[in-house]
Design a protein. Sequence first.
Length: 206
Amino acid sequence: MAEYALVKKALKGFLPDCTDSLARILVVALKTGQISYEEIEDLIGAEDEVEEVLLMGYSWRLLLPRRSLKTMEWEDRLLIPMPGEIYEIPSVIRELVREASRSGRWEPHRAIAALFKQIEGLEGDRMPDLVELLAQYAKGAHVTAIQIKRACRALDMEDKVDSIIAYLKAGGIVSPALGYLPKAGQRRTPVYELNPSVLPGYHRSG
């Protein structure tokens, strides 16, 4: 499958391993935005490898378990590698995989622009620069609402900050980090996790 080979090539640019299996999974999941454990098992085969691949996909926020402990935020998702489970891919990852299946390259700037270009009243072509600024501000892959506002101000988009945060969440670029609430309380601002696959050069492990 040509699409699979091109996605694998793109993933090799930043993933340490599991690129072959993840490429197969993402190409299949691209069609509907989700994939079942059974489908993954059929694609990969070995049960122990399925768990390793799912852990890698979840760590990089390429795949998100549908099952959740409380909310649909990333940190509340329950990664259970067993039959009956469903795993989703965020909207921005779908754009990244769609482009990679044509070009063989992982191009966050292009994917982010494509994701937001259809939103009325939002200058989608500036969103990639905004996300780049957020990655620069991030500490441990987390940014505060104040930092998002700062980035919006730098791009003359401060009047849209609330809408932009909502769009970033819906697109799978950020997710509220409820586990950071004590620190957020000290700063009196919400904290968000950045999707590491959107800007892999800024990925923080742990």
